[in-house]
Design a protein around this ligand. Sequence first.
Ligand code: AHR
Length: 509
Amino acid sequence: MNAKLTLHKEFSIGETDRRVFGSFIEHLGRAVYTGIYEPGHPDADNDGFRNDVAALVKEMDVPLIRYPGGNFVSAYNWEDGVGPLEKRPVRLNLAWAAKESNRVGTNEFARWAKKVNAEVMMAVNLGTRGPEAAGNLVEYCNFNGGTYWSDLRRSHGVADPHGFKLWCLGNEMDGPWQICSRDPGDYGRIAAEAAKIMKRIDPSIELAACGSSFPRMPTFGEWEYTMLDHLYDYADYVSLHLYLANHNADTANFLAASLEMDSFIKTVAGTCDLVGAKKHRKKKMKLSFDEWNVWYHSNEADKKIENWNEAPPLLEDIYTMEDALALGCMLITLLKNADRVKVACLAQLVNVIAPIVAEKGGKVWRQTIFYPFRDASRYGRGTVLRCPVKVDKYDSKEYCDVPFLEAVAVYDQEKNTIALFAVNRNLREDLQLDAEIAGFEELRLVEHRVLCGSDLAACNSANSENIKPVAAPGGSLEKKPGSQRLNIALPPASWNMIRLEAVIPGTAL
Ligand code: AHR
C-alpha cells in the first residue's frame, strides 16, 4: 500500500509545549508506595525514593507530573500529608478503597519531582473540601513566608516556596464515581470562587478546570458549556480525559479510536470558543489533556482485590505491542492539536496503567508503551508541521474513514532537524511512504527506528524485553528542485520515528 505526505517548513500548526509530555502520579495502588517510593529497597535514596525508577522516569524526559490525583484528590486532606511523619494520620483512601499512610505528601513529592527534573501540576480537592482549603494549599506551597500557612511550610523544613505554577481545580467532578461529584453549575460556581482565592494569593498560577471525564459522558458538551459560563474568566485550561480499550479483540477498531480523541479535542475547543464568543472575550482557552492512555487489561483482576490494604496492586495493566500502537496514535493526535493542547499527562507513570513497572523489592522495567512516549518526548519538541496525508482509508465497527497512516512531523529549528512520527495501521502490509519535504536545506536521514512485531499480543516483563525499537533498513532521500523526496517503508502494524537533519546548516535549497 502506498502513502503520500507533504511537509513544508513554513506551514505549521503550532509549537509543541514541552508540558504535553507530562505524566501523572496518583495516590492509587502502587504508584507511590512500592512505586516511586520504597524505603529499604536496595536502590532507594536517603529519602526512600527508588533511584532505579527515577532513572527510567528521566529516560522518558517527563517535564511535568500531575499530583496527587485523580479520584484520590476529591477526598484528600492535604494537611494530612505535611509535617512530622510520626504525626501523620493513616486515613481511608475513599476513592480506591485502600489505606493511605500519608508518608508521602506535598513536600516529599516536590522533592522527588525535582530529582526527576519535572515540574508539579498540583490538584486541589473540590469534592469534600472547597475554596478555603484550596487557598490554604496555595499559600502553603507558593507564599514566601510571614503568614500562617507559609510559615507552617517553613516550620516543616521547606524554606523556599515550591512555586507550583499549574493547578487543577478538582478532578472529574462530572463523574458519579467521584467523591462529592457536582452538577456543572455547582462545580462552575465553587471552582470560580476557589480560583479567585488561589489567584489572589499567587497571581502567577494557571488553573485547569474539569472538563468531561470522557467524551461519551451523557453530560458531555452541556458540562463544558455550563461550567465555563462561570469559569471562563478564571480558568486558563479545560481538562480532557480519555482511556482507550480493546474489549472486543478488534484491533482495527482499537487503532481507529484515536479519531475519537481528535474529535473530542476539536469539540471541546469549539465549545470553549462558543462560550468565549458569547461573553465577547478575546481570551482563547487552552486545553489540558491531563489523563490519557490505554486502560482495560486490569479491569477483571481489580474486582478481586481486597479493600482497605496499603498499596494494593490496582490498575496494573500489562501492555501489548498493540497498545503501543494505540498509544502512538494518541501521541500523534496530541501533537497534531498543538495549537490548542498545551498540557497533557500520560496516565499514569509508575505501576498504575503505566509505562514503568517497579517490582516490590525487585527490578524496574519498561512496558511496550514506554517507547513511543520516549521517542516523542525526546524528539517531538519544536514546530509541529502540517502533515497532509494521502492514503487509503478503512471503516471499522465504530469509526469511518480511518486513514491507514497516522503521522505528524516536528521541526526543531535550533538543531535543524525534523522528526516524523508515524503509525502504520495496516495490519498486513508495508506502507510505502513517499514524503515530499519542501522549504528545508539539504537533509540527510539520521535514523529510522521502528517498534513492531508479528505478535500484537506480545508484552515485556522484568526478564524479557520482547518489544523495543530497532533500527529499520532506512530509505532513500532524493533531491528535487525546491524539495526533497523521502521514500521509506513502514512495516505492518508499526510505530516509526524517522529523523532527518540539515547536511550543511544555512544552505537553503
Ligand atoms: O487514572 C486513573 C483514574 O482515572 C483517575 O483517578 C481518574 O481521574 C480517572 O477516572
